[in-house]
Design a protein around this ligand. Structure first.
Ligand code: M6R
Length: 619
């Protein structure tokens, strides 16, 4: 949801800002803009353009914008259509203060009306413009920029990550955050702000992850940090371990394809981080000791009466797989809730509930709100997240990281499979420790789990089959995914992937539900993809496939049992065999590839699907 960058140093700011925005374009791409303090500091040079960043680049290609302090923005529109006028940065009337913003100012209408009463004429339809005018209003009263920003922040309701520059203070850049993520990059004689680490990684690995309501004032040679009351605070910078190459395409046509292909590697890292081996190198146990104090977690497992999982989108689908895993391995009743629903239905929480939140970004507004509500009600929260330093990671009681590396493509792939790996591991650990999963079974599962990365590689080696299948099916008017149990969760995620990147109309159904209504939709222009990895349910699924085939649908099956399922299906995408409960990590990979290739066939950029943003930091 919008990306912001900022620079103060001795280099020309413009190329640094544009470079940073390129790394953040996944956060929003309907317009982009920069504001650079002119060398003489008498004006702010604002350039902005509707559309992808390349249009802004083209606009400024023949221009030399000189100045070494600036801010930039790539937008995912919330208030006001994508247009040059609504693009950020926004300025006060005289153009002496410029602001970039990520988030939503919920009380902007009231603030705008009040400012209009003071005679301010607004130029855009955005909520952000009020911030520039408010800072100006308070600045005119006190003559101090920091004080004016502070007073403005106190008036804002909603979420923000902000970058502010002002001609009267040409040596600095002010940044602040509430809800929306913001980091400060610490360079040598230069400092940066950004919505995400990749934007600064070319220049520094040392960053501050700003906490709620913290404010940073950046100069070229140092950074001062403040709390919401304007009192100076101290915090230690964090060192980023991963490489910039993790955030680049590495020769792949798209980030989505690259990230699908990274799955064997990142699954291996995520699983191996927790597996304990005996002296003969057999996997014998799991440890979460790095993240979780074992006494506290043991107590939690022994007392657990119910697992409550909350997340959004793909992470929610991972939670659905988690439900089956917890109920199977640990025999603990498990409910899964969409985070945006959970927070508004006065949920019933008990002290013996174990609350799990799943969030790739660790910044999803609804997931954060659900987690906070659970904590307020006394629940202990385990978070599964991919981003070190994210809000979820800082506020949860226990954190388990998916070691997926930065996920840039909007459509989540490697984060999902590593989330599944974590959920399998936690549920197995719960089952083993609460005595519901016998030791022999536990060790057998561990043995299978560590082979999953290698098996996922085998699927990728056969990606051409999926590509060919996509080239035959990409113009079907309707696509349905069906499955039972674990496979019904995988169907939901498969359908979401296809919708997101190919815009094809695709739905997922628990296969048994077909005849209760959805079968009415089946005709000759329908593709039905069955996911069949539960051996005890093959027969039932075969019946469902026969039912849709006899009504004209083309059928395809993702399964480890080609012999059984080819009896009914037109086409099979075979996946390797493992313990059937773990197959969900594998069965999603052909579906991810199918979505990717349908997108490419349709001429869509799968990395930047329309209307979507990577990280949904607003409600
Ligand atoms: O960062 P999170 O895991 O909290 O994000 C949740 C959803 O917004 C996200 O999974 C979304 O559905 C993706 N676009 C899926 O590909």
């Amino acid at each position: 949801m919008c990306g912001i960058v900022g620079y103060v140093g001795s280099k020309e700011a413009t190329p640094v800002l544009i470079n940073g925005l390129k790394k953040l374009e996944y956060r929003g791409y309907d317009s982009a803009g920069i504001a650079v303090l002119s060398e003489s500091a008498d004006e702010i040079l604002v350039r902005k353009s509707k559309g992808a960043l390349k249009f802004l680049e083209a606009k400024i290609a023949d221009e030399v914008i000189k100045g070494s302090v600036g801010i930039g923005h790539t937008r995912w529109a919330t208030h006001g259509e994508p247009s040059d006028l609504n693009s950020h940065p926004h300025t006060n009337v005289s153009g002496t203060i410029a602001v970039v913003h990520n988030g939503i100012i919920e009380n902007y209408a009231k603030l705008k009306a009040w400012l209009q009463d003071q005679g301010i004429v607004f130029r855009s339809q955005t909520d952000t413009e009020v911030i520039a005018h408010l800072i100006n209003y308070f600045y005119e009263k006190s003559g101090e920029l920091f004080k004016a920003v502070l007073e403005t922040l106190h008036k804002l309701e909603g979420s923000y990550a902000l970058g502010v520059v002002c001609t009267k203070y040409p040596d600095r850049l002010i940044a602040a955050r509430k809800e929306s993520p913001l980091i400060v990059g610490l360079g040598k004689d230069e400092n940066f702000i950004a919505s995400d680490v990749p934007a600064v990684l070319e220049y520094t690995r040392d960053v501050y992850y700003l906490d709620q309501k913290e404010i940073a004032v950046l100069y070229s040679d140092h950074v001062d940090l403040f709390n919401e009351d304007g009192e100076k605070i101290h915090k230690e910078p964090s060192h980023v371990e991963w490489d910039l190459s993790s955030a680049e395409k590495d020769g792949y046509a798209h980030f989505m394809l690259k990230e699908i292909h990274e799955q064997p590697k990142v699954l291996d890292a995520t699983i191996k981080a927790h597996v304990v081996y005996d002296e003969k190198k057999n996997p014998v146990d799991l440890t979460f000791s790095k993240e979780i104090e074992s006494d506290r977690i043991n107590e939690m497992i022994q007392n657990a009466k119910r697992i409550v999982i909350t997340a959004c989108g793909t992470s929610y689908h991972a939670g659905m797989v988690g439900k089956y895993a917890f109920e199977k391995f640990a025999r603990i009743p498990t409910v899964v809730d969409v985070a945006s629903e959970f927070r508004y239905r006065n949920p019933i929480l008990n002290k013996d509930d174990v609350f799990i939140v799943i969030s790739q970004s660790g910044e999803t507004a609804d997931t954060l709100a659900a987690m906070r509500l659970a904590k307020e009600n006394g629940a202990k929260v385990i978070a599964i997240t991919n981003v070190v330093g994210s809000t979820v990671s800082r506020e949860a009681d226990f954190v388990i990281y998916t070691l997926a590396g930065p996920e840039i493509a909007v459509a989540s792939t490697k984060a999902y499979t590593t989330q599944l790996a974590c959920l399998y591991m936690i549920s197995m650990m719960f089952g083993y420790k609460n005595g519901k999963l016998p030791e022999a079974e536990y060790k057998k599962l561990l043995n299978e789990l560590i082979k999953i990365p290698e098996l996922s590689q085998k699927i990728l080696e056969n990606q051409e089959d999926v590509q060919k299948f996509a080239s035959r099916q990409f113009n079907k008017s309707k696509i349905f995914y069906i499955g039972r149990q674990f496979d019904s969760a995988s169907s939901l995620e498969s359908a979401l992937k296809l919708k997101e990147v190919s815009y094809m109309h695709c739905e997922a159904f628990a296969a048994g539900e077909l005849k209760h209504g959805p079968i009415a939709l089946i005709d000759n222009d329908t593709l039905v993809v069955a996911i069949a990895t539960c051996p005890e349910l093959y027969e039932k699924l075969v019946s469902n496939i026969v039912e849709v085939k006899s009504r004209g649908a083309t059928t395809m099956c993702i399964t480890q049992n080609k012999a059984e399922m080819s009896k009914a299906c037109d086409e099979i995408l075979e996946i390797p065999e493992t313990d059937s409960t773990l197959e969900s990590i594998l069965s999603i990979i052909p579906a991810q590839l199918f979505a990717y290739y349908c997108s490419v066939q349709k001429g869509i950029d799968p990395d930047k699907p329309r209307n979507l943003a990577k990280s949904v930091t607003v409600e």
